[in-house]
Design a protein around this ligand. Structure first.
Ligand SMILES: [Zn+2]
Length: 138
């Protein structure tokens, strides 16, 4: 049975809930109250460029001091190397407080994730421990 008064079926870009928009503008998600325009969705879909996925974890440096280390999942076309590492550090210098800026950058094909897409930070810490032969800092 068709119910035209329900409007169009939408997927919330914030929480992924599925709902009918009831022909309201802007559309409001009944689950998380995120509101958006249908045009916005189209524009985003057209221009969305995947960013390198990254996670920052605390790690020990050679002297045992805590530093921030970034784990970067490369997107196709990006090459791991000093140029990209420096670019990321420069960007971090502009946007992050000093203690959060990654001092060490590890490139990987993909970050370890749970079934729901969350980055598994404990695995990154485990990796940094294995890389360095010392206990990770959480
Ligand atoms: Zn939502």
């Amino acid at each position: 049975m068709i119910k035209p008064d329900l409007g169009t079926k939408r997927v919330c870009p914030s929480c992924a809930a599925r709902f009918y928009d009831l022909q309201k503008r802007p559309i409001e998600c009944p689950k998380c109250a995120f509101s958006f325009e249908p045009e916005m969705l189209l524009k985003q879909r057209r221009t969305r460029v995947p960013e390198p996925v990254k996670a920052v974890v605390a790690e020990a440096d050679d002297k045992g001091a805590t530093i921030a280390a970034a784990y970067i999942a490369l997107r196709p076309g990006n090459k791991a190397g000093d140029a990209l590492a420096n670019e990321i550090k420069e960007h971090a210098a502009k946007s992050l407080p000093r203690f959060k800026r990654p001092q060490r950058i590890h490139f990987m094909e993909a970050l370890p994730r749970t079934a729901t897409g969350k980055v598994q930070r404990f695995k990154l810490r485990q990796m940094s421990m294995e890389n360095r032969g010392q206990a990770p800092i959480s």
